[in-house]
Design a protein around this ligand. Structure first.
Ligand code: TXA
Ligand code: MG
Length: 315
């Protein structure tokens, strides 16, 4: 059991001592360390059991820090930062030498983001270094959206967990590669593609998996609960006692009501995103062996929800 609280001073002390801290963001909780400290960053990879080929996002307090860690930044990237930071957007930029190779997995780029959470922004402003932070879950498992989720799996590895309440967006940041003339979306996330196009103009999409070296963490199988997840609804007549259904808005007739989890009774995609990861976790907490999940409308943040559901179901 780690220390959990709202004390940014205590969190800062841990980080200055090269220790790990669980931090709240609007997307998911992060497992943070001093991004400029090789030993501290190594602890992140060890705690998560994360392969070294999967680079870490570097969190900074404001957009002014771009010039401290990146070079050759295109105008459209600055425009995106001005419009959407703090917020669920990560920009991939050419890195300066002060970003350790361990953070970028040897690439000449760095992912930068200003998270939209009061406590974490306060913490970042107290520090004279940025924070490398992947989602605070063991590699491949569902991302945490509360301090208790972090404690349940990584409590032993952290010096402190900053409790900022449940995450307000619920899926990870959208990742945009800004190293080409045209922006390339590498990961669907909390900021809809439509919002990026509005500021940056036409984009390309390379939402990849396994073999994609540009976003190596984007494996087909990710966000996976222990329970076997299937996409769609169970064929009628195949109901098993230890199974559950995740639905978008309406429960399905003909299956036990108490085994159905609704993402948003109002049919609101933002609300569905907020509830998504906790619902996947609930499958394991309640000991279900099999589950089905219905895809949501494939628009706005719904695209990120469907991406996560498909990866959670991939075997
Ligand atoms: O919302 C989020 O982005 C959360 C919160 C904590 O900020 N963080 C997060 O980190 O989702 P993580 O480690 O679970 O996912 C980071 C992904 C990597 O798997 C990789 O695909 C991509 O970001 N990434 C990071 N740096 C990169 C780089 N230099 N080039 C390409 N992709 C990069
Ligand atoms: Mg992650």
């Amino acid at each position: 059991m780690a220390l959990i609280g709202k004390d940014t001073g205590a969190a800062a002390d841990c980080l200055k001592n090269s220790e790990l801290v669980g931090i709240p963001t609007e997307t998911v909780y992060g497992l943070a360390a001093n991004a400029l400290d090789h030993e501290a960053v190594l602890k992140i990879f060890k705690a998560k059991n994360r392969p070294f080929f999967d680079p870490l996002i570097v969190h900074v307090p404001d957009a002014d820090k771009i010039k401290e860690y990146a070079v050759n930044v295109p105008e459209y990237a600055l425009a995106l930062a001005r419009e959407y930071w703090p917020g669920p957007l990560t920009l991939i930029l050419r890195k300066k030498d002060n970003i350790p190779d361990l953070v970028s997995s040897g690439a000449d780029t760095v992912g930068l983001r200003v998270p939209d959470h009061e406590l974490t922004l306060e913490l970042l402003k107290m520090l004279d270094f940025p924070l490398a932070a992947p989602s605070a879950n063991p590699f491949g498992y569902v991302s945490p959206t509360t301090a208790l989720h972090v404690n349940a799996q990584l409590g032993q590895s952290v010096c402190y967990i900053l409790d900022g309440g449940p995450c307000q967006v619920g899926v990870e940041s959208t990742i945009v590669d800004c190293t080409n003339e045209v922006p390339v979306i590498l990961r669907l996330g909390g900021l809809p593609v439509e919002s990026i196009v509005r500021i940056a103009g036409p984009v390309q999409e390379e939402i990849k998996s396994g073999s994609n070296i540009k976003a190596p963490g984007q494996l087909d199988s990710h966000y996976s609960p222990g329970c076997l997840l299937n996409i769609g609804l169970p064929p009628s007549g195949t109901w098993l006692p230890d199974s559950a259904i995740i639905v978008f808005q309406k429960k399905v007739q003909g299956f036990p009501e108490e085994h159905q989890i609704v993402l948003s009774a109002e049919g609101n995609l933002e609300e569905a995103a907020v509830n998504l990861f906790a619902s996947l976790r609930m499958l394991d907490e309640k000991g279900y062996k099999n589950a089905w999940a219905e895809l949501v409308p494939d628009t706005g943040i719904g695209r990120a929800i469907n991406d996560r559901l498909k990866r959670a179901a991939f075997r």
